[in-house]
Design a protein around this ligand. Structure first.
Ligand code: FE2
Ligand code: FE2
Length: 481
């Protein structure tokens, strides 16, 4: 212990006589010494020391693993078959300089790519630019444009301002038009196709079409009989991190007796962000933290993930609590911060796993989608995810969710995914939509004070697992008895 005290002195940290006594007498955990060093305090008295000790006691134990002696995982027999689609990941490619031109290039890129998707849709109507609408007077045409404003008139019709690369148009969707019900879900910046007729200065719209995914689409399956486990929002370092439940999950991966069959198939573990609670993410967060050092939080995460069997590929992207820039798209969590061998990808990212196209996104924009479209709720995150898929964009409302205007918009969903994995809302949810599996993986953090105030009820300890050959989805519950 005397060496630890000397270490503190070497670092210029002084102890009051009382604190010195306590440190010398007591059996002091290494974590406490580190806490003193990282606290930034230069004089440590008894009160501070007591405070640090109390915090230290709350630091959760690392997961313990109960291995079944008979566990023979089939996943071990297969080589990993996955690739990261680099073009879709911002990591190492950020080119935003913060100038106005960046916004112009960003929105142009978004418009070009989403309107290209819409141009592939079969339509009997000729596609025209807004600047040419006057020449089409009376005949039925299709306009592809971005919504810049939406309002309901006194007569109950919907009025839109829209723009394309060549100009702008004013659109009315009469309340009795087939498009009216769907159009009420329109958001600013949505890029859609509008079918209708031009009449003087107004485009009378009867139908709208979202870029969406194709209607007739088979659910894709793999050749190898392996499984993928989807998790997110572990929040290591939070007082509400559920270490016992997470420990059970890790034990299950290692083959808990009686539950070995599905566990043995798990070849991939996807972590869609917020793996740690971070620091300074929201005001007064320190009161909710068991571990106030971000390095320590990642260290605990790394230690826990080291207990995942080594034939399982762990793939992780950041979320809004992670130690990378807050604005999306987010680059990978750097090795300096999180020292362990896992596959790091940006947020969002696209991957092919066992031939299945994965779109991995933390889901921060789900907040703005849920509050922006009536009828959506935190209870059914899969429905909010569906709205993003329909728009082929992961954060369509500009301004509500922090975005870096890169010259390439990394949040556009160019290819139709087979699986969309998100987290962030701490609520497990699943939906099969036109052959696309929408998975929200829930959390390993207990209900927070904020969630109580907001009336959100999370589903901690639930892990969705997909068997890639059969397409079977299982929701496993890891709850402390
Ligand atoms: Fe979270
Ligand atoms: Fe989050």
């Amino acid at each position: 212990m005397i060496e630890d005290v000397q270490e503190l002195y070497r670092r210029g940290i002084r102890l009051t006589p009382e604190a010195y006594e306590l440190l010398l007498k007591g059996k002091v955990a290494q974590a406490l010494i580190e806490r003193i060093i990282t606290s930034g305090e230069t004089v440590i008295g008894k009160e501070l020391l007591d405070g640090f000790s109390a915090e230290n006691e709350k630091i959760p134990d690392q997961p313990t693993v109960n291995r079944s002696p008979t566990f023979k995982p089939v996943a071990k027999e297969y080589a990993p078959d996955f690739k990261v689609i680099n073009r879709s990941d911002v990591s190492g490619k950020s080119d935003c300089t913060g100038k106005l031109d960046d916004f112009v290039a960003h929105f142009r890129n978004r418009f070009e790519r989403i309107s290209a998707l819409l141009r592939t849709r079969v339509t009997p109507n000729a596609i025209v630019k807004s600047a040419k609408l006057k020449e089409t007077q009376g005949s039925k045409v299709r306009l592809i444009a971005m919504v810049t404003q939406k309002k309901v008139t006194k007569k109950g019709n919907l009025f839109l301002d829209v723009e394309d690369e060549e100009g702008a148009a004013k659109v009315v969707i009469p309340k009795d038009a087939p498009a009216f019900k769907d159009a009420k879900r329109l958001l600013n910046d949505d890029i859609i196709a509008l079918d209708g007729r031009n009449a003087d200065e107004l485009f009378i719209c009867e139908n709208i079409e979202w870029p969406d995914v194709r209607v007739a689409r088979e659910q894709k399956k793999s050749e190898n009989d392996v499984a993928i486990a989807y998790i997110s929002d572990l929040h290591f370092g939070s007082k509400k991190f559920l270490e016992n439940e997470f420990s059970q999950f890790i034990s299950w991966l290692n083959g808990t007796e009686g539950r070995e069959e599905l566990a043995g198939k798990v070849k991939y573990l996807m972590i869609a962000g917020d793996a740690v609670d971070g620091i300074g993410v929201y005001p007064s967060q320190e009161k909710e933290l068991a571990v106030k050092d971000i390095y320590k939080q990642y260290e605990m995460l790394a230690e826990a993930l080291e207990k995942v069997p080594d034939y399982i590929t762990v793939i992780i992207c950041p979320g809004n609590h992670d130690a990378v820039r807050k604005a999306e798209p987010q680059p990978i969590i750097p090795y300096d911060m999180f020292r362990t061998e896992v596959t790091r990808v940006g947020n969002p990212s696209k991957l092919e796993i066992e031939g299945l196209k994965h779109l991995m996104y933390h889901g921060t924009s789900l907040d703005s989608i849920i509050s922006g479209i009536s009828g959506l709720s935190y209870d059914r995150p899969e429905e909010a995810m569906l709205e993003l898929v329909k728009r082929r964009h992961l954060s369509p409302i500009y301004g509500d969710n922090l975005i870096v205007p890169e010259s390439r918009d990394y949040l556009v969903v160019d290819d139709e995914p087979d699986i969309v994995h998100m987290g962030h809302v701490h609520k497990n949810g699943y939906m099969l939509y036109r052959g696309v599996r929408l998975i929200n993986s829930g959390t390993f953090q207990d209900r927070t004070e904020f969630q109580v105030r907001m009336g959100h009820v999370p589903t901690p300890g639930v892990v969705p697992v997909l068997e890639t050959k059969s397409g079977k989805m299982t929701n496993l519950g890891f709850k402390q008895a």
